[in-house]
Design a protein around this ligand. Structure first.
Ligand code: SF4
Length: 386
């Protein structure tokens, strides 16, 4: 029977990337302290640490657009599926780790992941204490997560929509929620599958992570640390993705970190800092923070823009304007290859990105409706009438 033959399950050629022993930004493994989820910007907004306006807006900043609300509901409905009983007997699995790891990655690609990577779970990537997003009054709970490995799953927020969006309009929140919901869908099924194979596995996805995602993405070879605060940039998707994670004891072969020249690129580019509507991103140098080297971010300003945005839902302007946010067309594949391999190409790409007008919204491609839920009634928002 003639049928469709998949030649390569991966949407992007990760095997062509330069692999290195450690992430390209310094991490002092022995100095990094586990962090409390309570200290995240969104939790501070939700608990009133950033004032009563943001505390009120936090309850509606995604749901005020009906598509964001719909995506957010599905994402939240999946939370009870994150963990469960492990089959009492182990399945007869391939004996060599490479074959087994390949199978797990192919399963994630079958479920429509855009990028998948595996690493050992760094102890400092586990929160020390977490909170329940929808029951903050319950207080903090200490986290015990003894799993050895992490499988990281990236899902694209959609190039076509990003090309039409300013990054802080009425579709911005839905773009995030789309990738959160889809990556959560994949992580929940993958974790359930691994538990059915006889090994412990837990899914971590928005809004309920027990792990801190950026160090996992670095060690799993899915990106480098960028100027956008705690945001990791991927060589094929740029920052235009959201991530979910499965932690497990299923024996796996870890990937190695990657180096595609992003530290050099971000030190020269600074476009996200220039275009950030809240001025939250630094155009200066990197700093050490809790054992990590990274570009500093004003988390309060960033959270205030995302939660308090009155002319749209949320904000992802830094993602939209980043020169690595491009479609995977033959032209951009060639430019991306040059950017990954040549300092001169990186300098030319930084200039060319502005000259070509990338990062500006293309209104001809706008497909969504500007709508805002005001006290239970959908209205055309004032900003949408302009
Ligand atoms: Fe780095 Fe430029 Fe992207 Fe900012 S916009 S993350 S500086 S490449």
């Amino acid at each position: 029977m003639k049928g469709y033959t998949r030649i390569d399950p991966e949407p992007f050629p990760s095997h062509t990337l330069t692999r290195v022993e450690r992430p390209t930004t310094t991490i002092h493994d022995d100095k990094v302290q586990r962090v409390r989820e309570k200290d995240a910007g969104f939790i501070k907004a939700a608990t009133g640490d950033y004032g009563p306006v943001l505390e009120r807006e936090f309850k509606r900043f995604i749901r005020k657009h009906p598509l964001g609300g719909a995506l957010s509901s599905i994402r939240t409905a999946m939370m009870p599926l994150q963990d469960g009983a492990v089959a009492p007997n182990k399945a007869p699995l391939p004996g060599d780790l490479e074959t087994l790891t390949r199978h797990i990655k192919e399963t994630a690609y079958f479920l429509r992941a855009d990028q998948v990577g595996v690493c050992r779970l760094p102890p400092y990537a586990v929160y020390s204490d977490t909170v329940e997003m929808f029951n903050l009054d319950a207080g903090e709970k200490p986290v015990e997560l003894p799993h050895k490995y992490a499988i990281a799953i990236l899902v694209d927020q959609d190039w076509r929509t990003a090309d039409a969006s300013s990054g802080h309009d009425w579709i911005s929140g839905s773009m995030s929620m789309l990738a959160y919901a889809n990556s959560g869908f994949i992580a929940n099924i993958l974790a359930d599958y691994i538990r059915r194979l006889g090994y412990p596995a837990q899914a971590h996805h928005a809004p309920s992570y027990r792990v801190v995602v950026p160090p996992i993405l670095l060690w799993a070879g899915l990106g480098e640390m960028s100027r956008i605060g705690d945001c990791v940039v991927n060589p094929f998707l740029g920052p235009r993705f959201k991530a979910a994670v499965v932690t497990t004891d299923l024996p796996l072969l870890p990937d190695k970190p990657i180096d595609f020249g992003l530290q050099d690129f971000c030190s020269k580019c600074k476009k996200c800092a220039r275009e950030c509507p809240s001025g939250a991103l630094s155009d200066g140098g990197k700093e050490m923070h809790n054992g990590y080297e990274k570009w500093p971010t004003d988390v309060k300003k960033c959270t205030s823009m995302r939660v308090g945005n009155q002319k749209g839902s949320c904000c992802g302007t830094c993602i939209t304007v980043c020169p690595w946010n491009k479609p995977y067309t033959p032209l951009h594949r060639a430019v991306g290859w040059a950017m990954r391999h040549s300092g001169l190409a990186r300098s030319l790409a930084i200039r060319g990105d502005d000259l070509m007008g990338y990062g500006r919204p293309d209104s001809r491609k706008k497909w969504w409706l500007d709508l805002e839920d005001v006290d239970g009634e959908l209205q055309v928002p004032v900003a949408g009438k302009e």
